[in-house]
Design a protein around this ligand. Structure first.
Ligand code: DGJ
Length: 344
């Protein structure tokens, strides 16, 4: 009897945890440790997602090792050594397989942008249908944050390896927090905090997505916005961003535009519920549409742990669209069915 009971329990577990005893995630648990399919904490900070041929790819800062505050620091520029950009793949946005470091640090050249002594933040990857290349844009920095450049890398496959092409100041302007966005017509844009983070630039990229085209606009002038995350819903463009308070949280802001290059109109803080005025102690990085579901977008935030950056957490929340109103309510736990519930 006992043996029979144990056998049936084991059988039930095998069904529930098909990957050799590894539990499948069925819910998002914002702010909690999120393990990959091998059971290791996901390490992809300041990240973004690319959906390509039925698979989601999550790219982010692979923050490994000790967080330090350089001796010369007069402000809280906590940093870890650059180790590279990680990539994870998933079919359901919940269970992520580590695909490796797709853009590794360059350890043997102290002058290289990707040397461990530098800073690499907010990598984002887009796919160019014409060239069939995967193009990565990232913020590349010096340890004292004076470089303010965008770095570009390219690959033939979503899982790399990416070849680093170099860095520059797009449109001869500083470029720090950044994202890239591909519009329905195939045109791609880089959004970046410029003018010492005072003003958000929106820059149309060349057809191969490798450089700025020269067409750009200045937005939120002197409003000091960073952490841009852009999505398009029913023909309108939306931008989530944060204020500039280093690694510390502040209130998020949502803005809307009829045309991607602007003019952008501020809507206000879309976050609701516990700690909404501090963006749930997190900062925006990306908004990912759930493919195959109507009106379903996931807002991705980083909950930075500034003195132990590797142990920063992810806060992913559903974007709730109700008529003209867009909110991002706090959830302790949630599953994809929230989007179905909204449609009822
Ligand atoms: C806030 C930015 O959003 C982060 O990506 C990072 O650059 C920190 N500032 C550094 O203080």
């Amino acid at each position: 009897m006992k043996v029979k009971f144990i056998t049936s329990v084991l059988f039930a577990c095998a069904l529930a945890f098909p990957q050799v005893g590894r539990a499948q995630h069925t819910e998002f648990c914002p702010g909690e440790v999120w393990s990959d399919t091998e059971g290791n904490p996901i390490n992809a900070h300041g990240g973004g997602i690319l959906y390509y041929e039925g698979t989601y790819y999550w790219y982010g800062e692979y923050k490994k090792g000790k967080t330090v505050l350089p001796e010369w620091a007069t402000w809280e520029c906590y940093r870890t050594d650059v180790t590279g950009v990680s990539c994870y793949s998933s079919k359901d946005l919940l269970n992520w397989k580590f695909e490796g470091i797709v853009l590794p640090a360059v350890k043997d050249d102290p002058n290289h942008d990707l040397h461990p002594s530098k800073v690499l933040e907010r990598p984002k990857v887009i796919y160019n249908k014409k060239t069939k290349k995967f193009v990565m844009w990232a913020h590349v920095e010096s340890a004292d944050y004076s470089k303010a450049c965008a770095g570009v890398a390219v690959s033939d496959s979503p899982t790399g390896r990416f070849e680093y092409l170099g860095s520059f100041r797009p449109n001869n302007a500083m470029s720090r927090d950044q994202t890239v966005f591909v519009d329905d017509d195939g045109r791609a844009y880089q959004f970046y905090s410029s003018e010492n983070n005072a003003t958000m630039y929106i820059s149309l990229l060349t057809d191969d997505y490798l450089k700025p085209s020269g067409r750009f606009t200045r937005n939120f002038i002197n409003k000091s916005r960073e952490a841009p995350a852009v999505f398009k819903h029913e023909g309108k463009y939306y931008m989530l961003s944060s204020g500039c308070t280093g690694w510390d949280p502040n209130a998020a802001e949502l803005a809307v535009a009829d045309s991607i290059m602007g003019e952008w109109k501020v809507i206000g803080n879309p976050c609701t519920g516990k700690d909404a005025d501090k963006t749930f102690y997190a900062q925006s990085t990306y908004v990912q549409p759930v493919v195959g579901k109507k009106n379903a977008y996931i807002a991705m935030f980083d909950r930075w742990n500034k003195t132990d950056l590797e142990n920063s957490r992810y806060v992913w929340l559903p974007v709730v669209i109700s008529g003209e109103k867009i909110t991002i309510p706090w959830h302790e736990k949630w599953g994809m069915e929230v989007f179905d519930a909204k449609l009822k």
